[in-house]
Ligand binder design. Sequence first.
Ligand code: C2E
Ligand code: MG
Ligand code: MG
Ligand code: MG
Length: 286
Amino acid sequence: NADAAMYHAKQSGRNNFQFFTVELNEQLQRRFMIEQGLRKALSAGELSLVYQPVVDSRHSQIVGAEALLRWHSEELGHMSPSEFIPVAEDTGIIVAIGDWVLEQACMRAARWRRTIAPNLVIAVNLSPRQFNDGLVERVAQCLQRSGLDPRALELEITERLLMGDSETLLPMLNALAAMGVRISVDDFGTGYSSLSYLKRFPLHNLKVDRSFVAGLPDHHDSVAITQAVVAMAHSLGMHVTAEGVETAAQAEFLRSIGCDTLQGYFFSVPVGALAYEETLARVADF
Ligand code: C2E
Ligand code: MG
Ligand code: MG
Ligand code: MG
């Protein structure tokens, strides 16, 4: 791909070619630095988790949190997950980082359930690369070590994963579901058009992507799609979460169509553990 691009750049003149290589070099250089940085991020203690409240739409109560990874690199400064997660996935580093995320999130959720929020559910994002041989055992170990009730753990997976090789995936998801762990489809509606996977896998929750929520309540297409997703999910016995809820009007509309849980800046941005605890205390404000 790079070769082809290089060829086209060459064809269109020497100046373009130089410009292109400079840019490519910068991109490769940055990617290389991200990769190097990621390799030591864990041991250097540069990773942390933030928690975004998940709100029950009917009672406006916080019922859980999504754990989201943050990386402050000594060399690169604050890095966005959308930039470093793909690199961590390509290089396989996500497997070690993902284990750490799972461990931290389970520990934290178990403590919160023991102290301030007995029914809290914690959602953790899993990348497709983490679905390798030992995953089910590693999840079981995390639950055991933390003492977290399996039913309080929700694993967020992507449509991309569900469209892959189901021969290896299905037994893993079945084993996790049999333990009581909930499986959630993240960014629902953005990946693939085929819905046949909804019947094939043990899925408990659909997270409507925020690109659909953004059009609520005024854009007809977004309204139609969100309503259809809620109706379909409920008839298949699944819950629906809306992500990216930024306004009261969006929250109100989603509540009116029976969307189960809401998440977004309207309620809270993702925050550190202490701030999350403070947010738990002002639940009635929404
Ligand atoms: P995601 O799982 O879909 O997470 C939701 C993203 O939307 C988060 O971005 C969150 O901060 C952002 N968000 C929440 N509410 C709003 C809102 O009202 N408006 C807008 N515009 N954005 C909102 P973040 O934290 O930057 O994470 C980006 C993506 O990186 C995540 O998307 C997820 O795919 C991935 N990611 C984050 N942490 C992890 C992790 O621990 N493991 C893996 N495998 N992926 C992760
Ligand atoms: Mg997610
Ligand atoms: Mg999402
Ligand atoms: Mg999303």
